[in-house]
Design a binder for this molecule. Structure first.
Ligand SMILES: [Zn+2]
Length: 326
């Protein structure tokens, strides 16, 4: 089916199906398609959209979504569960963060463009055909090949209805770290498209590394099922694990500490370390062990993201610091 022809309000009730949604044609005569899984309940209720693979080198959600699908039965479901385990299929094929076809980062082009290049078309289709009308968006990410991020759930920290629903979903998801983001969400993200549609959102991060850790896959699976309980889509009350850190910050990973020179990056701090402004976080060195640049904290804060890929070009992101709530 063409994604542009999809009308999720017309999906048959009490069904559980997998299929493919066409987003663009390929030069070989085939189609670029997105995998699509849905479950419609016996009873009416909320619509939940779960997406993964917005970045093509992040695998936790790709692995968790089929497990969620296996766990949800139509007779036990109120409402509709929509899931896309890989959104940026060209990037997934290349095992890269951004698309090799147009060079675009899908997480920077929402809400997309129906007449744009393939990444823009994917964003447009996901926004218009799946996100619009949903009651919650869950966007499953991780650090991918390049970055290292602790397992966390991000939410909209705002005093409005969208913020309250976002926090409730984040708490139900049950990641050990909650990371609140006061508005506005920077442009281009899936969660920004959600805000603009009035759809509450959460997203997740985990270690990444070019593979998925079993504990992160299990959390992503159980977390989505707990959110569905919280929304009244499944029976039972969510019983999330303990929160170890409640953090707050922009969450804008475009605003990171950058490498001033190219070289080999050696980090000297760990995730969730508390650092002081000016503290050395790591060094960029050459092949003879000479330090080319000392990388220092741009503020007091908690280390929430570190570069994992040691080879750096000038301008590459190395670390991001955030704050404790309150
Ligand atoms: Zn990502």
């Amino acid at each position: 089916m063409d994604l542009g022809d999809l009308d999720v309000s017309q999906l048959p009730r009490r069904r559980k199906e997998t299929g493919w949604l066409k987003v663009a044609s390929r030069p070989d005569g085939g189609d670029w398609r997105l995998p699509f899984l849905y479950v419609t309940g016996k009873a009416d209720g909320p619509t939940l959209l779960v997406i993964a693979g917005v970045h093509g080198d992040e695998y936790e959600g790709v692995e968790a979504i089929p497990l969620i699908f296996q766990s949800v039965q139509p007779d036990a479901l109120r409402g509709t569960l929509l899931m896309v385990p890989v959104c940026n299929m060209p990037a997934y094929e290349a095992a890269t963060r951004s698309s090799p076809l147009d060079g675009l980062n899908l997480a920077r082009v929402f809400p997309g463009d129906a007449n744009g290049s393939i990444t823009q078309r994917i964003a447009h289709g996901v926004t218009e055909k799946l996100m619009k009308g949903s009651d919650l968006l869950i966007d499953l990410h991780s650090g991918g090949v390049t970055y290292h991020i602790p397992t966390l759930v991000g939410y909209s920290q705002s005093e409005d209805d969208l913020g309250r629903r976002s926090l409730a979903a984040a708490r139900a998801f049950g990641a050990p770290i909650l990371w609140g983001h006061p508005p506005p969400v920077p442009p281009g993200r899936s969660i920004r498209a959600a805000v603009d549609l009035g759809v509450p959102w959460i997203y997740t991060e985990a270690a990444g590394g070019g593979f998925a850790r079993p504990e992160d896959v299990a959390l992503y699976r159980d977390g989505v099922l707990r959110v569905m309980q919280g929304l009244g889509m499944l029976e039972g009350a969510p019983a999330p694990g303990p929160v170890t850190h409640h953090l707050v910050g922009s969450g804008d990973l475009d605003q990171v500490i950058l490498a001033s020179v190219a070289g080999y990056y050696r980090t000297e701090v760990g995730l969730l370390d508390e650092v002081k402004a000016g503290q050395r976080l790591g060094v960029v060195q050459d092949f003879f062990g000479q330090v080319l640049a000392e990388i220092r904290a741009d503020r007091d804060g908690v280390v929430i993201m570190l570069r994992r890929l040691a080879r750096v070009q000038a301008g590459d992101g190395l670390a991001h610091l955030t704050s404790h709530l309150g």
